[in-house]
Design a protein around this ligand. Sequence first.
Ligand SMILES: [Mn+2]
Length: 160
Amino acid sequence: MSLKEYKKKRNFDRTPEPGPSAPKKREKTERDLIYVIQRHRASHLHWDLRLEESGVLKSWAIPKEPPTEEGLRRLAVHVEDHTLEYADFEGTIPEPEYGAGTVEIWDRGTYEPLETSASKRVFEIRGRKLKGPYCLIKLKGRDPKDKNWLFFKIKKGKTG
Ligand SMILES: [Mn+2]
């Protein structure tokens, strides 16, 4: 897990976003894992899904509102890891900085990983808007650098 890309994209003298502190080590029993979705009104409105993993927030940008019910599949573009402190960030990133626009917390809570591999994650979300089992699946692209995933809610008990 590296925050190199997070650092590279931002000028911390100019953006109010949290600085690039080192990934946090934590005890497994210390507390539940962070789940947050930030609504980001940038050049294109999108929702940033973030899941705590190995001391950073793994992040996906979702161009349409995340589904609260089964049946809707949303494109989720894998983006750079963010610092854990980013989970609390709300504010306005000034022009012409990276991600210029407003960020607000749309949903937050905790999550429990149920299945994790390089191309698939199944997890239980405990948020205010999103609740229950969700899945992220990596789409097979032509280029191994493709970052397109799908994000959707699944039936309870169907986590295989
Ligand atoms: Mn964003």
